[in-house]
Design a protein around this ligand. Structure first.
Ligand code: PLP
Length: 410
């Protein structure tokens, strides 16, 4: 009798399992539309020019070293990160209504948020529940469940119309127990690539506030959806501008995609209070730091220093904004190319949604069986939900991908 008799072998993580199958595939013309990581037109990982320059600058600094950061992280990084998401002249920053703590990228920020809410959140009428869009990034559910927080879904994607189920979404907000937590994709919704319009966001956010719910933004793609940091932060900034008294907004911010720092784990958790309260800020900050101290002691330094250099050096910031346009416009070009190829092939179905969606992903509408056949017969890999990472397309493979899709749906 083992002390771990109940332990069973789990299936591989759907996304990282897909990535392993792709790597093991020996076909020369295989195509990876799985994991959400930017690729250049040659299908290669891309170090942003702004990042290359920042790394050079960092290494040229004679005081550069590998000392521990503080528990709360690298302050020039966390404060610049707040300015990126809220805007330079945000009253929140001027009034000191924000606590910003470094995290292990977006996932770590979500985990710290979950742990913090589990321990301290008393704002809900019922046991606190995090409402998550259906569908969502697969990791959301297990991040909250492993912290012991209940999860529930709000309707999001209407499969029949391939558009937002706004009615269902708003009805769920209204029906949820007062003080529930609503996890919102700040932009470039994963997996659907479908974001609410500004008018829809206004309705969503005012309904959330009307029920005293707590908005928890997951901002993993700022600048990736439209190429503009401002446009992609619109929903967050609207929520901040209309924040009621006695409410808190949480933001989980990742620089994995928009600075291309995937493996360096550069992220921030921000808590925004409605009015300046020194003691509340200190209480939030010290308790978040207690979580960090027990779990990782202090966050990784390298990515934070690189991102801070990009954000705090005016010429590098300008370069970064160009890099965002490079990435987002290449992705838009590939969306148009894929749609055009499918139309040339007269592939059954309508493909407008591919160009209407934004961000890294397209929710193609392909079934799990079609996706499986794409992988087995054609070496084209995407998630079984039909989500394709458009960043994996390039001028050299888009025709072949369209032909493969055409073959599996015909
Ligand atoms: N949130 C969403 C919606 C994502 O798609 C991702 C990455 O795929 C993340 C958060 C977190 O990524 P990371 O932990 O690499 O910052």
């Amino acid at each position: 009798s083992s002390a771990f008799a109940n332990l069973t072998i789990l299936p591989p993580d759907p996304l990282f399992g897909l990535s392993a199958r792709f790597k093991a595939d020996t076909r020369a013309n295989k195509v990876d539309l799985g994991i959400g990581a930017y690729r250049d037109n040659q299908g290669k990982p891309w170090i942003l020019p702004s990042v290359r320059l920042a790394e050079k600058k960092l290494h040229a600094d004679p005081t550069y070293n590998h000392e521990y950061l503080s528990i709360s992280g690298f302050e020039p990084f966390t404060s610049a990160a707040a300015r990126v998401i809220l805007g330079n002249s945000s009253p929140v920053i001027q009034d000191n209504r924000i606590v910003s703590i470094q995290s292990l990228s977006g996932t770590g920020a979500l985990h710290v948020a979950a742990s913090f809410l589990k321990q301290f959140y008393t704002g809900s009428d019922a046991a606190p529940t995090v409402y998550i869009s259906k569908p969502t990034w697969a990791n959301h559910i297990q991040i909250f469940e492993s912290a012991g927080i209940q999860t529930a879904f709000y309707p999001y994607w209407n499969d029949a119309t391939k558009s937002l189920d706004l009615e269902g979404y708003l009805a769920t907000i209204t029906a949820a127990p007062r003080g529930s937590i609503f996890l919102l994709h700040a932009c470039a919704h994963n997996p659907t690539g479908l974001d609410p319009t500004q008018a829809q966001w206004k309705q969503i956010i005012s309904s959330i506030y009307a029920k005293g719910h707590l908005p928890l933004f997951d901002s993993a793609y700022q600048g990736f959806a439209s190429g503009s940091l401002e446009a992609d932060a619109w929903a967050v900034r609207h929520a901040v501008a209309t924040q009621p008294q006695d409410s808190t907004i949480l933001i989980c911010q990742s620089f994995a995609k928009n600075v291309g720092m995937y493996g360096e784990r550069a992220g921030v958790i921000h808590a925004i209070t409605p009015k300046f309260n020194k003691d509340l800020n200190a209480a939030i900050s010290t308790n978040l730091q207690k979580i960090i101290r027990s779990e990782l002691s202090n966050p990784p330094a390298y990515g934070a220093k690189v991102v801070a250099t990009v954000l705090n050096t005016p010429e590098l910031y300008v370069q970064w904004e160009k890099d965002l346009v490079t990435m987002s416009s290449r992705i838009s070009t590939m969306r148009r190319a894929l749609k055009a190829e499918l139309e040339v092939l007269q592939t059954p179905g309508k493909w407008d949604h591919i160009v209407e969606q934004q961000g890294m992903f397209s929710f193609t509408g392909l079934s799990a069986r079609e996706v499986q056949r794409l992988e087995e017969t054609h070496g084209v890999y995407m998630v079984s939900s039909g989500r394709a990472s458009v960043a994996g397309l390039n001028e050299g493979n888009v025709k072949r991908v369209a032909q493969a899709i055409n073959e599996v749906v015909v």
